[in-house]
Design a protein around this ligand. Structure first.
Ligand code: NAD
Length: 226
């Protein structure tokens, strides 16, 4: 089976009703990302940060996977599929994808603010101030914030290097190091990008499908199975 490696971003969840980040003028749901998605923001106001992610978690639990997620599940019948997602929602898993790497962490995990290795599931939508790890420090969302190390990048690079087909769906390719993953593919890797707006990226030999996630993924399926 050919190896299909898929890099997804916020755009793949847009048709489920989760707004992207870049399309709302650099604010994330009306919040300044520096306040809610950086270690400095956490140090300054943990209550605000917890509340921000509680709302994102609540929303993620209310929505359903869309056609784009579903086609990626269907493609597992024909390809060895690995999804590397920048998304912190769990819509790929809920759709049924079996191999998902969360490059930027997950809304549904918390971690110790003292020891990065202590990770716990978050059940339900709320993570509260006062909820502590076994070392007695406050639990924070297990999200990779701006300025933090993307500790799953080596794993993602490993998959990108093996890709026979590398597909990018719904990402502005402006958040690094994720945006660089495509550079690790082989020269003979077939490369496809799906996005309604052409990312500001040197396309070279990349096939660009100018569509939203659902319609775009239907086109990708046709292309790959023809
Ligand atoms: P981004 O917001 O920077 O870019 C979104 C991309 O999606 C854009 O290129 C846009 O043209 C495209 N898009 C818009 N509507 C689309 C549709 N219907 N179908 C397909 N594509 C569509 O997102 P990013 O590149 O993923 O980076 C933003 C960061 O914010 C990431 O680190 C991510 O963790 C975080 N984020 C996550 C979520 C989520 O988990 N669902 C949502 C917002 C932001």
């Amino acid at each position: 089976m050919k190896k299909l490696v898929v890099l997804t971003g916020a755009g793949v969840s847009a048709e489920s009703g989760i707004p992207t980040f870049r399309d709302s003028g650099g604010l994330w749901e009306g919040y300044d990302v520096m306040e809610v998605a950086t270690p400095e923001g956490w140090a300054k106001n943990p209550t605000l940060v917890l509340e921000f992610y509680n709302q994102r978690r609540k929303k993620a639990l209310e929505v359903q996977p869309n056609k784009g997620h579903e086609v990626l599940v269907e493609l597992e019948k024909y390809f060895d599929v690995t999804i590397i997602t920048q998304n912190v929602d769990n819509l790929h898993e809920r759709a049924g994808s079996t191999h998902v790497v969360h490059l930027h962490g997950s809304l549904f995990e918390s971690r110790s603010s003292k020891d990065d290795a202590l990770i716990y599931p978050v059940n339900g939508w709320e993570l509260k101030l006062g909820e502590k790890c076994e070392l007695g420090s406050q639990l924070r969302p297990n999200i990779v914030w701006f300025g933090e190390l993307v500790y799953k990048m080596d794993e993602a690079v490993h998959y990108a290097k093996q890709a026979d087909i590398f597909l990018v769906v719904g990402t502005s390719l402006q958040v690094y190091p994720a945006a660089d993953l495509i550079q690790y593919t082989r020269p003979d890797t077939q490369k496809i990008i799906v996005d309604p707006k052409k990312p500001d990226y040197r396309m070279g030999d990349i096939v660009f499908i100018e569509e939203g996630g659902g319609a775009g993924m239907e086109k990708v399926k046709k292309l790959l199975l023809s």
